[in-house]
Design a protein around this ligand. Structure first.
Ligand SMILES: [Zn+2]
Length: 118
């Protein structure tokens, strides 16, 4: 497990949210794999990333079995965490109509690392 900075801890451990449009992967569309910042397991493929305009990286699918969905303690949303280390990723929204899968994983950039396809 990686040592996290204070801002990384605030989001990944304390389930915070980075400011919209601030994350380094919000407007980033290179080909590759997104990894969990904390433990390094692959979470998302760039092929499943789409432009939602919501201000955070958006994906309509995860790498199989890599992301766990749990009811958020706010009682409304569904939280997504890394299935391996439990690090907070963001929230999942269904039925917004952005893509044909109709699912949006709304993920904090700071929870992710990126490995490009080369
Ligand atoms: Zn992890």
């Amino acid at each position: 497990m990686k040592n996290l900075s204070d801002e990384e801890k605030r989001v990944i451990i304390d389930k915070g949210t980075e400011a919209p449009f601030s994350g380094k992967f919000n407007d980033f569309y290179e080909k590759g794999i997104y990894l969990c910042k904390q433990c390094g397991v692959p979470l998302y493929n760039s092929n499943d990333k789409f432009k939602s305009g919501c201000g955070w990286p958006s994906f309509d699918n995860e790498i199989k079995d890599s992301v766990k969905k749990i009811p958020d303690k706010d009682g409304r949303r569904t939280e997504i965490v890394c299935a391996n280390c439990g690090g907070h990723l963001g929230h999942i929204f269904i039925g917004e109509g952005f893509t044909h899968k109709n699912i949006r994983h709304c993920v904090n950039s700071i929870s992710l690392d990126f490995k490009s396809d080369v």
